[in-house]
Design a protein around this ligand. Structure first.
Ligand code: NAD
Ligand code: ZN
Length: 357
């Protein structure tokens, strides 16, 4: 399967499925980069690096750098190590960085590529479901001790090679994390896709490869269409934040690692759906949605120790809120997102019915 992402700054292909590694090998032969630097994390490196190595050139111009797993990859110190390693090994402007891992490795490796010698090419080889979201669109970056993703740049990859066999080793909570973003893509853009998911996915451990590839393809197409319209998030791209305003707060409150990003966003989407019903009269069967996601292992309710004041303070701090007013992505209908500021009163009353439900 091949999708073309077309943004103002670059047009590039996304290959999904069994042929993706062959396509990677072809790409490398055609482009003839001077050197390659593969950045991966310890876990992906251990599980899958040998498979990747099989399709890379076997010579002295290919280098490998392993970073810690998860958000620990997106630290200044690790970023600096990547730059140092690239300099020590003589990467130049015609070299290419290969991001081999999930969204964390993708963001780090992409940011390294974006800033090394003012920007060199990079390639995404995603290994998580979540990366169907993060590997497309060109946002790259690292964390600051004072905030996640606070340092970054827009830098589109040369191509994305999504070899979905890598996904077979994902633990359940990482599958849930990535699948939540696919659900998000369906809700903001494509009613049929949402009902397809609702009908076809009853157990996230038992999704056959054909269905998985279809879901990733649909998710990427939706993300690509949004990014094509608004590469640098001056407007439309903000709809991708559906479920994220509260989701980010849940994620931060639970402590990184306890609940994954997508799991927190899923709970955030339930809140955004209730808000949409209240504010915009959305017609949507929220009860069915909640039963479905619970069966898939998500929490449709807030963590016990979570209260409104905590939530509100966090939502006001959200990068996408202005002047301390929480801005929400709501749905007028499935596939019809709108962005709106919501008053504290409404946030509070919907919040209380949401938490006791
Ligand atoms: P991740 O890269 O941290 O991967 C999650 C965990 O799964 C890690 O422990 C990793 O080692 C492990 N893993 C990866 N592939 C595996 C495999 N095939 N088998 C077994 N384990 C595997 O995170 P993620 O969930 O993929 O992405 C989250 C990150 O993406 C966050 O840092 C977030 O900020 C970022 N993100 C970026 C964008 C963007 O547009 N740039 C969008 C969404 C999220
Ligand atoms: Zn997200």
């Amino acid at each position: 399967v091949e999708i073309t992402v077309e943004t103002p700054s670059k047009k590039y292909p996304v290959f999904i499925g069994n042929s993706a590694l062959t396509e990677l090998s072809n790409h490398l032969q055609q482009r003839n980069y001077t050197k390659l630097l593969v950045i991966t994390d310890e876990k992906v490196g251990e599980l899958h690096l040998n498979t990747l190595k099989d399709v890379l050139p076997k010579n002295d111009d290919v280098f490998f750098f392993q970073v810690p797993t998860g958000e620990k990859a997106k630290q200044f110190s690790v970023y600096e190590q990547c730059l140092t390693f690239a300099l020590e090994n003589g990467l130049d402007r015609k070299s290419c960085i290969i991001a081999f891992g999930g969204g964390a490795v993708g963001d780090l490796a992409g940011f390294t590529a974006a800033t090394y010698m003012r920007g060199i090419p990079f390639i995404q080889v995603p290994t998580t479901i979540l990366a169907h979201d993060s590997a497309v669109g060109g946002k790259t970056g690292i964390n600051h001790p004072l905030g996640k993703n606070m340092i970054g740049s827009f830098h589109q990859p040369e191509a994305v090679f999504y070899y979905t066999t890598f996904l077979k080793t994902l633990p359940a909570h990482e599958i849930r994390s990535g699948f939540a973003e696919a659900v998000k893509h369906s809700l903001i853009a494509d009613r049929d896709f949402y009902y397809y998911l609702l009908e076809n996915i009853q157990d996230l451990q038992q999704v056959d490869e054909e269905k998985l590839n279809y879901i990733l393809k649909k998710g990427i197409e939706i993300k690509a269409a949004v990014v094509a319209e608004d590469e640098r998030e001056s407007g439309l791209r903000a709809i991708l934040n559906f479920g994220h305003t509260l989701g980010h707060v849940i994620e931060a409150t639970a402590g990184y690692g306890k609940v994954t990003h997508g799991e927190a966003v899923m709970t955030g989407m339930v809140y955004a759906l209730y808000l949409s019903e209240e504010v915009l009269g959305l017609q949507f069967d929220i009860e069915t949605f909640k039963k479905w996601i619970e069966k898939l292992g998500y929490q449709s309710q807030l963590p016990k120790d979570f209260n409104f004041e905590l939530g509100l303070a966090g939502m006001k701090r959200d990068k996408k809120s202005y002047a301390n007013k929480p801005r929400f992505v709501l749905l007028e209908d499935i596939g019809k997102p709108v962005i709106q500021e919501i008053s504290e009163d409404v946030l509070r009353s919907v919040f209380s019915s949401f938490s006791i439900n």
